[in-house]
Design a protein around this ligand. Structure first.
Ligand code: ADP
Ligand code: MG
Length: 221
């Protein structure tokens, strides 16, 4: 499970200390799904980055499956993150020179070679509806297709957590709905903990829990 307690995050800025998160507590059991909403600048990405172990909180405790990732050294943390967390952003962050399949397989290249990886990559591309696009480069895919590749890439190491930061923010309404369908479908019946930051009420409504981040705190809606 994901267990975040009293997470605070401040940044030192020229005009003094900026406190973005002022005690965020969130516990999610395996298989849970949650949408996080909140105004622009309220700290949603900051929170997701902490939950995704990309940056430590100023104070507070984070445990994922009973382990505090921020006690690990940098190398161990990299390995932990690679295995435990799948991240999807508003922009797809795919490598332009790599095919869809190669992009999906990128997270499997760290550490020991996994002979089952290519097959899993192809299966995931099939699950996201892109089996016939595996040789396409990002420039040869539509926005929605690129985001599907990014989702497949986030899942290729079978993470415990899938964190999506405004994953449909750059897509038109219809494409956004289809990417949302896909997230819901991929999560259904799995043990995955899914957290989606979104401005869309329609998207938020599709997840079991809805939270609002305001004044540095999360409030269940
Ligand atoms: P959201 O994703 O909800 O729009 P962010 O988490 O990106 O909000 O940002 C929350 C606030 O923290 C903003 O005011 C932003 O300017 C500030 N912020 C984010 N990262 C940094 C940083 N590294 N240094 C200073 N301020 C930051
Ligand atoms: Mg953001």
């Amino acid at each position: 499970m994901l267990d975040a307690r009293a997470i605070e995050k401040s940044f030192a800025t020229r005009s003094g200390t900026l406190t973005v998160l002022a005690g965020v507590t969130l516990q999610l059991e395996n298989g849970a799904s949650a949408a996080i909403m909140g105004p622009s600048g309220s700290g949603k990405s900051t929170l997701l980055n902490i939950l995704g172990t990309l940056e430590p909180p100023t104070s507070g405790a984070l445990q994922i499956d009973g382990r505090d990732p921020f006690t690990l050294d940098n190398r161990e943390l990299g390995v932990f993150r690679n295995r435990t967390v799948g991240l999807v952003f508003q922009d797809h962050h795919l490598l332009p020179q790599c095919s869809a399949l190669e992009n999906v397989l990128l997270p499997t290249l760290a550490g020991e070679a996994d002979p089952a990886a290519p097959r899993r990559g192809r299966e995931l591309l099939e699950r996201v509806g892109l089996a016939d696009r595996s040789d396409h480069r990002p420039a040869e895919l539509s926005g929605g297709e690129r985001q599907r590749v990014a989702i497949a890439r986030a899942l290729v190491n079978r993470p415990r957590l899938l964190l999506a930061d405004e994953p449909t923010g750059n897509l038109d309404r219809r494409t956004a709905d289809r990417v949302a369908d896909l997230l819901v479908e991929l999560h259904a019946g799995s043990d995955l903990i899914l957290i989606v930051v979104t401005h869309s009420e329609t998207l938020a409504a599709r997840f079991a829990q809805r939270w609002e981040l305001a004044d540095g705190r999360l409030e269940r809606q």
